[in-house]
Ligand binder design. Sequence first.
Ligand SMILES: C[S@@+](CC[C@H](N)C(=O)[O-])C[C@H]1O[C@@H](n2cnc3c(N)ncnc32)[C@H](O)[C@@H]1O
Length: 355
Amino acid sequence: METTHRVFVGDSRDLASIDDESVELVVTSPPYPMIEMWDDLFTALDPAIGDALESGDGRAAFDAMHAQLDRVWDELERVLVDGGIACLNVGDATRSLDDSFRVYANHARVLEAFESRGFDPLPDVLWRKPANSAAKFMGSGMIPPNAYVTLEHEYVLVFRKGDESRSFEPGADRRYEAAYFWEERNRWFSDVWTEVRGELQTLGLDDDDLRDRSAAYPLEIPYRLICMYSAYGDTVLDPFWGTGTTTLAAMCAGRHSLGSELEAAFLERFDDRLADVPSLSRSVSQARLERHHEFVTRRREDGKGFEYEADHYETPVVTKMEQGIQLREVASIETLTDDEAEYAYRATHEPLVLE
Ligand SMILES: C[S@@+](CC[C@H](N)C(=O)[O-])C[C@H]1O[C@@H](n2cnc3c(N)ncnc32)[C@H](O)[C@@H]1O
């Protein structure tokens, strides 16, 4: 099996290189309005944003920043197939402007924007990095009432384009082979994720400086979402591509991908990460099987049995739907183009076979 991966250097407010209704899944994390690290970027998109910030008008700056994101949401509405899913990782922002502290509810504004474009909201996920320091609390110490709760959660908002789910031909192999294990379903489809860094902790972006500058999310986030909301052969788009974590996850998960990113510098660094993809993809698939073996042991210790055997792996599974699971690994990656405007790669995937 082969997948292709294309990344455009450019502005996602106009995704002219991507055809109408050619994408099954969007997984992305936009720059969060009113988080200071993105002020310059938003101001470059609309200079009125800089003026609003300077004059202390937070509400106007927030609205104008979202107006820029709205143009990208219009493009997503165009390129997604009917029934396609969009997963948006977004966090709210807290900020003091003109001596007044408040929260800017990005998640609520993005939800409104998608609903008004004909997307149906689906249940969302809250995810949370492990809490670290006791010195992080804001406001007036131990005296009520003027202290503030510290925001440590982010949202994965999930939307479906239109009111009908996608349909597949009965028994479609590409869907059944992409099944996930029963215990993965229970973990992944829970509405609070706390262990996302833990699971694929050592995999992904090694360069801390690049991670800080790009606000990259952990590989586990796009990897899970791709496994949850797409089948083999589908195309996943990230219009805020950053360091390319979504493309890495799509490669590991055996899906095609498309990306678009304003900052050419991020793309130049991507080739360094590609060399690791074959071993990364193997570790990701192996880690899933190992976790499944641990689950089998625990379930047996609890005195519970299994009714089904997997077709491709020597392991029992809980449900009939898991029998066809076929994990894959990337055997090789070929660079098709890496000119200044578009990077393209072809990945060859093999079924994961354990020695
Ligand atoms: C939060 S970061 C995404 C990080 C990414 N998820 C990762 O793991 O590396 C947002 C990215 O969107 C890019 N960006 C912002 N506005 C854009 C636009 N209009 N078109 C394309 N890229 C944009 C920024 O340059 C930044 O790299």
